[in-house]
Write a protein that binds this ligand. Sequence first.
Ligand SMILES: C[S@@+](CC[C@H](N)C(=O)[O-])C[C@H]1O[C@@H](n2cnc3c(N)ncnc32)[C@H](O)[C@@H]1O
Length: 255
Amino acid sequence: KKHPMTVGGKVPSRAARVASSSENQKKLYERWLKEQKKLRIQHVAGQFPHRLPTEARVAKWIAGQGWEQNVPSAAKVVAAWKPSGDLQDIPTSQAIRKNVSSQKWKGLVIAHMEKKGRGVMTTRKFHAGEVICDYRGELVTHEEGLRIHATTSQEETGYMFFFKNQAGKRLCIDAHLDRCACHPDRQTFRRLMNHSSKRANVKPRLFRLNFESGDRDVLLLMAARDTEEGQELMFDYSVQKHQFRGEGLDLEWLI
Ligand SMILES: C[S@@+](CC[C@H](N)C(=O)[O-])C[C@H]1O[C@@H](n2cnc3c(N)ncnc32)[C@H](O)[C@@H]1O
């Protein structure tokens, strides 16, 4: 109580510790530093609330604090990291906006899945509640989505995501092309996530993100549970067989 420990504080001087207890001054010193290190690790991890940061980003943040002693390593912060932020903060999260704008989501790779065609696999662990990526495509009205759906080949209609936004407006993210107009150099491969109703480890959630150009509806794909490296990512498409177009389609996988 006499020497409260804080993230930015300095360990009490020897004289101050001895004044409190000459017998326990060394213990007090060691305990104070140990607890501060733990608190600093949690504090630094909390600066990256929705997505696992790289060690380089963490190291840069730590360097900016001007801490002279008891500095936690970036590796320890990354190892202890878990999503900590409130989902309500996502619309204003600079880190998420940056990833949506740049489309440089890391930790994912396209793989061939037996009997499913292509799919998306993890190249690192994702923590429950972490933002994995966005579902990228052209945002169109529900009516426009239906028109594209009716005039696109049967294989490609599987890449269209129909939803209702917070204002109750029905919209569609059309990802039937493998590039979006704003990032012609990047494949929108998150559209390749396959379906599972029972083993889904991803949950799509709609957010209205605040960009400088104005607010925009963005579908974020979030980790529904802890998912190790090398796992296939799947979400529940929440569709019924009759919503697919065309007679004679093999929809046995839609269970
Ligand atoms: C959005 S795409 C997913 C990527 C697709 N596998 C590909 O190679 O382009 C949806 C299509 O993938 C296939 N698919 C999705 N989930 C599946 C599953 N659990 N089992 C088998 N096929 C699946 C179906 O053909 C579906 O129409």
